[in-house]
Design a protein around this ligand. Sequence first.
Ligand SMILES: Cc1cc2nc3c(=O)[nH]c(=O)nc-3n(C[C@H](O)[C@H](O)[C@H](O)COP(=O)(O)OP(=O)(O)OC[C@H]3O[C@@H](n4cnc5c(N)ncnc54)[C@H](O)[C@@H]3O)c2cc1C
Length: 480
Amino acid sequence: MKQNIAIVGSGFLGMTLAMRYADAGAKVTLFESAAEIGGLASVWDIGDIVWDKHYHVVLASDRHTRNIIEEIGLGDEFRWVETKTGFYTDGELLSMSDTMEFLKFKPLDIISKLRLGATIFYASKVKDWKRLEKITVEKWLTKLSGKKTFEKMWKPLLKAKLGEAYKETAASFIWATIQRMYSARNSGMKREMFGYVRGGYARVLERFGEVLVEKGVEIRLNSRVDKIERLDSGKVRVTPAAARRHKDVKPKIVPQETKYAKYQTATVTSPGFSAGFMTEPNPAKPTVRQFPRNSSSDIFDRVILTCPSNVAAKMLPQLEKTERQDLESISYQGIVCASVLMKCSLSNYYVTNITDDTPFTGIIEMSAIVDKREFNGNALIYLPRYVAPDDELFDKTDEEIERYFLNGLEQMYPHFRKKDVVAFKISRVRQVFPIPTVRYSEGLSPMKSSVDGVHIVNSSHIVNGTLNINETVALAENFF
Ligand SMILES: Cc1cc2nc3c(=O)[nH]c(=O)nc-3n(C[C@H](O)[C@H](O)[C@H](O)COP(=O)(O)OP(=O)(O)OC[C@H]3O[C@@H](n4cnc5c(N)ncnc54)[C@H](O)[C@@H]3O)c2cc1C
């Protein structure tokens, strides 16, 4: 008989697993609490475009991401662009895109620059990351680069991503970041090339959703799972929260069809009914596939949870005490990330690293990579601020954050005018990635949980890499 598998979470981890298990002949149900698929890589409409809620690029070395995109039929749609990097330091915007610019970089004296360069080179050569997991990033970088360079460069950059948690973070964190940076250069293209799929992740998700529906995966949007229990029969029961009123939410694979849409895909969930629809190109004669919910569909042979560890722990009353403690003890870092669609560009840098104290912790100019025609001629900029899950920024209103962030832009860029902002939207996520503290991997619970038939697989299992879709897909492939 077909294995009946439930997967909780429709991020890239859940979607990749759903595809692999469906291909292997299982009956797969994908539960997603949001109204659309994609998780951190999901999309929204901002102004008159549909684009990623959080900035996403693909590196040439992202083998797993490229394979999965190839597999869903979009491999020919990549665009590769050489990127430039900026630094905002001491109130000045400087380019730091090649060795010459690095050597001319004013904020550091020549000795500090040589030590910084040597640190990065040395980190790129280290293979034994476990050794680096045993010491703090502060201690390691100070030893290699010197106190002055640590305070001037490393500390602001670490704080930008980790906040005060940088103090507990292991050196393996910066090692993984440098390894990723190097892999971008060593992937055959020799220069730092970043890529995107025409249409962005909106298009990737639209197609991924279609492929999953074609393979018979039942996608249940607006379905937050509340409880998972092992039954005496050996099966596992999944209990979603009471369905929200259908008229309140418009569940769809992506919020609206992209201009590339070949099919229109939507999934509808209402009490007692769950369905995936796919219409073929001829809208006059649509083909509708339905997956009516039957009464036994909430009982599964196996359940795989891909949500954050503490969320998973809450759903599982039968977990062993020590495992629950381990899952709940993982600290996460969150983000408040603004998408700004505007009439003019800020710069030609994809990433501007900031070492000064500004409202946001970096600037990502998506339109420095993506053809502006994708944005109807406008520029798309992201202003992320990585914060702890209990940071007060989460409680500020959209208007307060908009004012705070745009005032920051006004101070940094003399040519920036608020009237040029076409649309401004804010994403808030309290749990983006686990903080890789010292000896982090040693305290990690196994993916097979103490509740038989239930697995917990999530970004906490990325122990020697940074959080990115390539690592996420690799994790799914290794688990499968
Ligand atoms: C600001 C930012 C920038 C990034 N930039 C890049 C980049 O440039 N390149 C790159 O490759 N990667 C990037 N990433 C990382 C990438 O987005 C992640 O690696 C990937 O999306 C993680 O997928 P996931 O499936 O593990 O987790 P998630 O995407 O978090 O998926 C988990 C899913 O579980 C759902 N869920 C949670 N609880 C429940 C519940 N109780 N019931 C049902 N569903 C539930 C959530 O709604 C979510 O959809 C970036 C991430 C962020 C935040």
